[in-house]
Design a binder for this molecule. Structure first.
Ligand SMILES: Nc1ncnc2c1ncn2[C@@H]1O[C@H](COP(=O)(O)OP(=O)(O)OP(=O)(O)O)[C@@H](O)[C@H]1O
Ligand SMILES: [Mg+2]
Ligand SMILES: [Zn+2]
Length: 430
C-alpha cells in the first residue's frame, strides 16, 4: 500500500539512540534495561509525532530480543523482526479510541493472565490511553493492582491530564518533548540526503518550522515537498507548498500597520483571499514578524512604538478567534477595525499627546522627512480639545509649520493617531 511507504513510516527509529530529542527518556530506559529493572507499566506522555509509539516498540524489542533483555535489540532475530513488522503475537497495539480497541480492552483481564506465546514478555501498547472507557480503565486498573509478572503495559497519550490518577500512580511516567525546530531541521536534512535532490537549507528550515514540534508532520511535509520537487528543492517552492504568504506581502502589511492605513490593510486581505492564501498562516507569520520587530527594538534599546504593541495584541486575538470561525477574512478585518477605526471619543490629554508624540513624528516622517526635521525643532506646549499648540524658537521653523501643506500633513498624522480633525497653532517659544 502507498501508505506503507510514506517517509515517516520508512524512517521510524528502530533503536533508542535513533530517537531524536528525547534522550532524557531513552537514556533512562536504556539504563534500566541494562540493569534488568523493568516496570509493569509505563506512561509515555507528550505531543503527537514525537516518538511515543516508536519508543514503545523499541522497548518491546528490547524486552523480547533473542539476545536477552538489552538496550540495543538486534533487529534481526525472529522476535525483533515480528515486532518491526507488527505481526508479533505477544506485542499488542491497542487504539483505545477505536471500537476494536474497546473490545480488546474488554477481553484484557482474561487474556492478560495467559503467558506470552513465544516471547519473554507480553507487551500491551495502549495508544490514546486517555480515551479508555471507564469500563476499560477499570479493567486496566485491576490488572495493574496485581500485575502478572510477564506483562508490560505502555500507555501512550497526548493528554495525560485526562488520565485517572489511580492509573497514573501505577505507571512509571516519561514525558516526551515537543521537538525544537533545529532538531527537526537536522533530521529532515539527514533523511533528504538519501534522495537525489538538491535541497536548500532554508527549504528545510521552512518545513521544520511548519512541523510545529512534530517529527511526523515534518517528515510528511518533506515527503510532499520531495514528491513535488524536481532535481532541486528551493525555499521558494516550499513556501508556495505551505501556502505561505510571500515575504513582500508581510512587509506591506507591516508598513500599513505602521501608517495605520486601514484601507491598505483591507485591500491586502481581499487580495490574499483572492490568491487563495491561508489567512491563518498569514496572521501567524505577521505576528512572528512583528514579534521580531519588538525584539529588535528592545535589543537596540529603542522605544517600543505604540502601534507595534497594539498590533501584536489585536493579531494575537484574531489568531485565537480564527480557530473558532471559518470567516477568517472577516476575523482579520474586524481586528484591523478594532485596531484602527475606533478613534478615542474624547480628545487626548496633553500628557497623552506628549507620550505618543514620537509616533506622530514617525507618521509624518514617512510622508515628509523635511517636515519631520522641522517638527523636531518644535515642542508640544498645549492641547485644547483637538487643537494642538506647538512652540518653536526659530521664526524659520514657525513659518514652515504654519504652511497649509504642513498643517494638513501634521493634522492627518494626529487624526490617525488620536482620531478626529485637528488644528495646529504655532507659537513662539517663551
Ligand atoms: N523523536 C523522533 N525521532 C525520530 N523520528 C521521529 C520521532 N518522533 C516521531 N518520529 C517520526 O514520526 C513517526 C511517528 O512517530 P510516533 O508514532 O513514534 O509518534 P507518536 O509520539 O506516537 O505520535 P502520536 O501521539 O500521534 O501517536 C515515526 O515513524 C518517525 O518517522
Ligand atoms: Mg503513537
Ligand atoms: Zn532481536
Amino acid at each position: 500500500m502507498a501508505e506503507e511507504q510514506t517517509l515517516y513510516r520508512a524512517y521510524r527509529p528502530q533503536q533508542f539512540v535513533q530517537v531524536v530529542g528525547q534522550a532524557h527518556v531513552t537514556r533512562t530506559l536504556s539504563n534500566a534495561l541494562a540493569a534488568s529493572r523493568i516496570a509493569h507499566a509505563y506512561l509515555f506522555a507528550g505531543p503527537r509525532g514525537t516518538g511515543k509509539t516508536s519508543t514503545a516498540r523499541i522497548l518491546a524489542k528490547a524486552l523480547n530480543c533473542r539476545q536477552g533483555i538489552t538496550s540495543t535489540p538486534c533487529d534481526a532475530c525472529p522476535q525483533c523482526l515480528s515486532i518491526i513488522e507488527g505481526t508479533s503475537m505477544d506485542v499488542l497495539e491497542i487504539d483505545a479510541a477505536s471500537r476494536r480497541g474497546i473490545d480488546e480492552m474488554r477481553e484484557l483481564r482474561e487474556r492478560v493472565r495467559l503467558a506470552p506465546a513465544y516471547s519473554r514478555y507480553k507487551v500491551y501498547i495502549i495508544d490514546e490511553a486517555h480515551m479508555l472507557t471507564s469500563e476499560a480503565a477499570n479493567a486496566l486498573l485491576k490488572t495493574l493492582e496485581e500485575p502478572p509478572s510477564q506483562v508490560v503495559f505502555v500507555l501512550a497519550t497526548t493528554e495525560p491530564h485526562k488520565m485517572p490518577a489511580t492509573i497514573l500512580s501505577r505507571c512509571q511516567r516519561f514525558d516526551f518533548r515537543r521537538l525544537p525546530v533545529s532538531l527537526i531541521q537536522e533530521h529532515l536534512g539527514r533523511v533528504a540526503a538519501n534522495f537525489p535532490v538538491q535541497v536548500e537549507p532554508e527549504a528545510l528550515h521552512l518545513l521544520a518550522l511548519a512541523a510545529d514540534g512534530s517529527m511526523r508532520d515534518g517528515l510528511s511535509l518533506l515527503d510532499q515537498a520531495l514528491t513535488w520537487a524536481g532535481e532541486e528543492l528551493r525555499a521558494e517552492e516550499v513556501a508556495e507548498l505551505l501556502g505561505k504568504v510571500p515575504a513582500q506581502r508581510l512587509e506591506e502589511a507591516v508598513q500599513a500597520l505602521r501608517r495605520q492605513d486601514l484601507l491598505a490593510l483591507f485591500r491586502l486581505v481581499a487580495e490574499l483571499e483572492e490568491e487563495g492564501r491561508d489567512l491563518q498562516v498569514f496572521t501567524r507569520d505577521l505576528l512572528l514578524r512583528l514579534r521580531g520587530e519588538t525584539r529588535r527594538c528592545l535589543r537596540e534599546k529603542q522605544r517600543l512604538p505604540a502601534w507595534l504593541g497594539r498590533s501584536l495584541m489585536a493579531l494575537y486575538q484574531a489568531l485565537g478567534e480564527m480557530r473558532l470561525s471559518s470567516l477568517r477574512g472577516l476575523t482579520l478585518e474586524l481586528a484591523f477595525l478594532r485596531l484602527l477605526a475606533a478613534p478615542e471619543e474624547r480628545p487626548p490629554s496633553l500628557e497623552r499627546v506628549r507620550a505618543l508624540w514620537p509616533d506622530v513624528l514617525q507618521l509624518v516622517k514617512e510622508s515628509s522627512p523635511r517636515l519631520f526635521g522641522q517638527l523636531c525643532l518644535a515642542r508640544v506646549v498645549g492641547v485644547e480639545g483637538r487643537r494642538l499648540q506647538l512652540a518653536a524658537g526659530e521664526e524659520r521653523v514657525r513659518e514652515t509649520l504654519r504652511k497649509d501643506e504642513s498643517q494638513a500633513l501634521l493634522g492627518e498624522a494626529l487624526g490617525r493617531r488620536f482620531g478626529g480633525e485637528w488644528e495646529i497653532e504655532v507659537l513662539g517659544s517663551g
